[in-house]
Design a protein around this ligand. Structure first.
Ligand code: BGC
Length: 729
């Protein structure tokens, strides 16, 4: 019996020795490559988008039976037992573009900004694992997740998908998401590599930035994420970086990623981001969604280039090797996806948990919140709060698992016009508030007419105004205002009721001309399919808020690096450029350098309890070491995120987050926290020697509640350090 059962396995091991999971991923990939024909290798280097896209001028393609309709499909090599790559978007849940898989839903997580606002890497892992498992259970083996471009511009239409403006925070959270996903045997990307910081004219945009500045900011974020998460693939972006398209940018791909960081996985293009066969020589390994490019560059054209000696065969082997070694390393060959049922109930609980931890209480004068159980009359106003909560648009849009979405097709121009549809996830804040206060009279007003809303608010104990701003891939927002008269609505309501609470559902910071009149403000981001519940939980005090801003809220656009949105009004195909003159000083670093006091600082977030920090100690050996204690001195259990910033490096003033820790504490409970600082955060990158240089001198450290709220200071003397790039990998 035993012999018969084992026979096929050992035969496979003889004829397909790469199936032996005891060999290393590199060894296994080498063996497959040695057995492959040129055509077989080429077939792995490009793939289609298995979808009929409602985009004008695109060829309508038919796709193979074994493709799962969605974002991507790359044929496998049956003869050798190598499966196809079945790729899906992405970070906020498994997508189902245009409902192509009839009736297929998924858990719709809160925005990436909400996740990073938790400052909770454990939750990032859990989010990545959840989406990875759902992808696997639907037959996918690649998740196009790990969106993590730094928020250089608070008008970037995709910031909601990403993880904020700080490289340590974004890199840590993305790395944990990737780890979570890949532990489900689904390859994750990190994307979009790199400096894909604006959506306006993203296909032509030339992002100009000093190389060392890029290394100290966006690239450092990717570097940290790659070290932590070891993603199987990196997705290069649409834009140019210093003149060369990112997917054909030898400096980015060959020099930084593969040479300096020793990255062993593969580089896949964004969809429609390839402009030539020679990109193979510049570091691109695979062309994705090839019907979106002018021509299939990595198919017959690449084969031809090999045959004419323009691209060495060794490079083709390297490309195939990189893909295969990631497939073996993550286990997509040893543990192929099995279509299986998904426990949406427990996954909804995770979506709720992220929203609860990621909603940020920005302001709470007179301790207006939480609303006491004895409240009698409440006005709930605006934001379609009777129906649900808004989500961000584009390729990351998820069809939620918990009911019917309200879709509002808003229409408009541009390549991504088909995505200009507002999706309200079916978690009505109004119903959740009604359940939280069963004895109160709750009236809803749509907010269409500020005068009606204000008249209702005048009769109520509190007025809760929900405001929304739809943001989506392919478009930046032109400014930070709330659209469609919502500022006037808030103003009118706050004038008639001094207990007005504003709940923001946006994908970026907003300006708040009404702030002086409004005692309480919550940033709920796009809170995901359980968002209405999470908002009500925080309003009622069932949950103590603990989110902290991963992105600065400036006072006005005038305080930002570029007061007006660059390239606004250009035709989408026109050439465009942005000089990212802030360099590595993204977000709070730039506001600090220019002495702009923000409306709400990076790292800010209030709680219903109080925390005290004490006993700060700063010491130095080969890096800085920081220790301190934190105690909950209030009456409620809660979580806080103490943050450690560098405020001066060997005599140069600056501001950099160098450590953070989310801590849960019962009333009266205390905890000690230790931080060992990544030395790259202390120094500067020297492009000539490719080293991180930390000058000898005194390093000043500040323990803070936000980038602008210092509790205690310390310092230590550090000896000079010179660390070669890639030493951490
Ligand atoms: C987006 C990527 C996405 C891809 C596939 C592109 O438009 O930029 O983030 O993964 O489409 O849907």
């Amino acid at each position: 019996m035993l012999m018969t059962a084992l026979a096929p396995v050992s035969r496979a091991a003889e004829t397909r020795p790469w199936m032996n999971s005891k060999s290393s991923p590199d060894r296994r990939a080498d063996m497959v490559v040695a057995a492959m024909t040129l055509d077989e290798m080429i077939s792995m280097l490009h793939g289609i988008m298995p979808l009929s896209l409602p985009i004008k001028g695109l060829p309508q393609i038919s796709f193979p039976k074994d493709a799962v309709p969605g974002a991507g499909y790359v044929a496998g090599v049956d003869r050798l037992g190598i499966p196809a790559l079945r790729e899906t978007d992405a970070s906020l849940g498994v997508t189902n573009p245009f409902g192509v898989r009839k009736g297929d839903v998924a858990t719709a997580l809160p925005a990436g900004l909400a996740l990073s606002a938790t400052f909770n890497p454990v939750l990032a892992y859990k989010a990545g694992a959840l989406v990875g498992l759902e992808a696997w259970s639907k037959g996918f083996n690649v998740l196009l997740s790990g969106g993590m471009n730094l928020a250089r511009d608070p008008r970037n239409g995709r910031n909601f998908e990403y993880l904020g403006e700080d490289p340590l925070l974004a890199g840590t959270m993305a790395g944990e998401e990737v780890r979570g996903t890949q532990d489900q045997h689904v390859i994750s990307t990190v994307k979009h590599f790199a400096i894909n910081s604006n959506e306006t004219n993203r296909q032509t945009l030339n992002a100009r930035i000093a190389r060392s500045a890029a290394r100290e900011s966006d690239l450092l974020a990717f570097e940290i994420a790659i070290e932590r998460g070891r993603p199987g693939a990196v997705m290069c972006s649409y834009n140019k970086v210093n003149g060369a398209y990112a997917c054909g940018n030898a400096w980015l791909l060959n020099t930084v990623l593969k040479h300096d960081w020793g990255y062993p996985g593969w580089v896949m293009s964004d969809w429609g981001a390839v402009h030539g066969t020679d990109y193979a020589l510049r570091g691109l390994d695979q062309e994705s969604g090839d019907q979106l490019d002018k021509k299939v560059w990595f198919g017959a054209a690449l084969k031809n280039a090999v045959e004419r000696g323009m691209v060495p065969i060794a490079r083709i082997r390297d490309m195939a090797h990189r893909i295969l070694r990631s497939m073996f390393a993550v286990g997509v060959i040893d543990h192929p996806p099995v279509k299986s049922s998904i426990d949406y109930t427990s996954h909804a609980a995770t979506a709720l948990e992220i929203a609860r931890q990621g909603i940020v209480l920005l302001k709470n004068d007179r301790s207006l919140l939480p609303i006491g159980p004895g409240i009698q009359r409440v006005a709930v106003i605006g934001g379609l709060a009777n129906l649900g909560v808004l989500s961000g648009g584009g390729s990351s849009q998820v069809i939620p698992s918990n009911g019917e979405v309200t879709k509002i097709p808003v229409g408009g121009r541009g390549m991504m016009a088909a995505f200009r549809v507002q999706y309200f996830d079916p978690s009505s804040p109004l119903s959740a508030i009604q359940s939280a206060f069963p004895k109160a009279r709750i009236d809803y007003d749509s907010g269409t007419f500020p005068a009606d809303a204000a008249a209702l608010a005048a009769h109520c104990d509190v007025a809760i105004v929900f405001v929304t701003r739809h943001e989506l891939e392919g478009y930046d927002i032109p400014n930070l205002q709330l659209p469609q008269g919502q500022d006037e609505l808030i103003d009118a309501v706050a004038t008639s009721n001094h207990n007005t609470i504003v709940v923001l559902e946006t994908g970026n910071p907003v300006t708040m001309p009404w702030l002086d009149k409004v005692p309480a403000v919550l940033a709920a981001w796009y809170p995901g399919q359980e968002g209405g519940q999470a908002i009500a939980d925080i309003l009622s005090g069932k949950i103590n808020p603990s989110g902290h801003l991963p992105i600065t809220f400036p006072r006005s656009e005038a305080d930002t690096v570029r007061p007006t949105l660059p390239n606004l009004g250009l035709e989408e195909t026109d050439d465009a450029a942005i000089d990212y003159t802030e360099g590595a000083d993204v977000g709070y670093r730039w506001y600090a350098r220019n002495h702009h006091v923000p409306l709400f600082a990076f790292g800010h977030g209030l709680s219903y309890t109080k925390f005290t920090y004490y006993n700060l100690r700063v010491s130095a050996d080969s890096t800085l070491r920081i220790a301190f204690s934190i105690r909950n001195i209030g009456a409620r259990p809660g979580a806080d995120v103490p943050q450690v910033y560098l405020t001066s490096a060997a005599g140069s003033p600056l501001l950099r987050l160098i450590g953070f820790q989310r801590v849960n504490l019962q009333p009266g409970e205390s905890r000690s926290v230790a931080v060992v600082v990544d030395p790259r955060l202390l120094g500067k990158f020297d492009e000539a020697s490719k080293r991180w240089i930390v000058s000898a001198g005194t390093y000043k450290v500040s323990l803070r509640k936000s980038a602008n709220d210092s509790v205690a200071n310390g310092a230590a003397y550090l000896k000079a350090l010179s660390i070669p790039e890639g030493a951490h990998h």
